[in-house]
Design a protein around this ligand. Structure first.
Ligand SMILES: Nc1ncnc2c1ncn2[C@@H]1O[C@H](COP(=O)(O)OP(=O)(O)O)[C@@H](O)[C@H]1O
Ligand SMILES: [Mg+2]
Length: 430
């Protein structure tokens, strides 16, 4: 899609360049823009603002011509040009009043319905998403990363939940590890592999091993709860995302996302940009309702990407009366496009032992023969197949004993109970 940008807004063109299938023409003179509009094959769209101090009547001439020629017009007036706004709106033209290049670029992208570029050779991205905190996103990120690493894959774990950075204690990331919040402040010209690489933390305890295990490396935002002024604006996060996917040396980027999915739609962005979303799904009523909300949201904004979502069922906590096997067929029926990766057992004892351990240890090493570890390996294998990754190591060997238990526990035929729905779905939309 061709977009004419008639603007002197600092940084706008570079922000627009991250969009897929968008070629930008930026004439510096008004009559150049008018000639492009009058051409036999005019461009698809034009963005016009008043930052070039062009007199309003001349801007209006350009806008009017473009509109008449059937070109999609996007108008942003922040100064003298504001007198035009109501006339533009009367023609049904999209308008805004915004001096911030990042949010203007995001506005243009949204108005044109385009998503950020996933360049050729981009690293596959998996966002762990949820509409709710405390559901197991960080937990799932940890065990999936460790499982993938045991297949020889190199994983970059990106902690995007700076309001509650659970990965830092889980992986014992030291305070000396750099924070990408500084990188965000440096601006878009730094959001490329060369700029990002110094902000990747390589931990000794998750380094690649001689036996062929891959590495887990980290992009950490904050070590404690981030301060409000450190909040990363969505267009900045999206710019960083584009840079992260260009980094060499990783087979996969795993993103731990925050739960406020409407304000920080990182999982949605991942899905729209060609990535995959994994949703941890404990069977409790509130949890599965949250997962249902996420899937409904994806169905609304990215219906053709729903087949790039996967459900990671998680056994309920002690005392929860709902069973995972009752929930699986209901999700299957309601969201047939979403893949089920398997059911992660609950292992509070292993989790607690890992938490209390002096230093970092993976739960997979604390209980290598456990049902938990063996099930994790099978889930990781499903994820690898789903993503089309090429592992260099086989599934860690199952001992006879856990394999038997796995068969007894995991592979039972599910029997749905008649009156259970995705989210009690009380709202009556079922
Ligand atoms: N399968 C599991 N086995 C044991 N503990 C779990 C499991 N899944 C989640 N938990 C625990 O539940 C709590 C919340 O999980 P967490 O991953 O921090 O949630 P979120 O990142 O979604 O806010 C953590 O204490 C975590 O250790
Ligand atoms: Mg978390």
């Amino acid at each position: 899609m061709e977009l004419i940008v008639y603007s002197a807004l600092d940084g706008l063109a570079s922000r627009l360049e991250v969009y897929r299938d968008l070629s930008i023409i930026a004439p510096s003179k008004l009559d150049q823009a008018r000639r492009l509009i009058a051409a036999e094959r005019p461009p698809h769209a034009i963005y016009v603002d008043d930052t070039r101090s062009t007199p309003a009547p001349e801007l209006w001439g350009l806008i009017h011509d473009a509109h008449t020629a059937g070109v999609r017009v996007l108008v942003n007036m922040v100064g003298a040009g504001q007198v035009i706004l109501s006339d533009a709106r009367a023609l049904g033209i999209s308008t805004t009043t915004d001096r911030d290049a990042a949010s203007v670029a995001a506005w243009v992208g949204a108005a044109l319905g385009i998503s950020v570029r996933a360049a050729a050779g981009a690293v596959p991205v998996v966002a762990i998403g949820a509409a709710k905190g405390g559901i197991g996103k960080t937990f799932a990120t940890c065990v999936l990363a460790e499982g993938l690493r045991r297949r020889g894959l190199r994983v970059l774990v990106w902690d995007s939940d700076i309001s509650n950075p659970g990965l830092v204690p889980a992986f014992r990331v030291p305070a000396s590890a750099p924070s990408y919040l500084h990188l965000v402040q440096r601006g878009p010209s730094s959001w490329n592999p060369t700029g990002i690489e110094p902000f990747i933390y390589h931990a000794e305890h998750t380094a690649a091993t001689e036996s062929g295990w891959g590495e887990i490396a980290f992009l950490i935002g904050s070590h404690a709860v981030a301060r409000a002024e450190n909040d990363v604006r969505l267009p900045d996060w999206q710019g960083l995302y584009a840079g992260v996917t260009q980094i060499n040396g990783f087979d996969l980027v795993l993103i731990d996302t925050p739960p406020d999915y409407l304000r920080r739609p990182y999982a949605t962005h991942t899905l729209l940009s060609g990535g995959t979303v994994v949703l941890p799904c404990p069977p409790g009523a509130r949890e599965r309702m949250g997962v249902g909300h996420m899937l409904d949201h994806f169905r609304e904004v990215a219906p053709d990407r729903l087949d790039h979502t996967a459900l990671l069922f998680i056994e309920p906590e002690h005392g929860v009366v709902t069973k995972v096997e009752n929930i699986i067929p209901i999700f299957g029926q309601r969201y047939p496009e979403a893949r089920a990766l398997g059911t992660l057992p609950r292992a509070p004892r292993l989790a607690s032992m890992a938490d209390e351990y002096d230093g970092y240890i993976s739960m997979l090493d604390l209980g290598p023969e456990s049902v938990f570890a063996q099930t994790t390996h099978r889930i990781v294998d499903s994820l690898i197949t789903y993503l089309g990754l090429t592992p260099t190591l086989p599934i860690p060997k199952l001992g006879a004993w856990p394999a038997l238990i796995g068969r007894l526990r995991g592979d039972r035929v599910a029997v749905p109970s008649a009156n259970t729905t995705v989210g009690a779905l009380a709202a009556g939309n079922d």
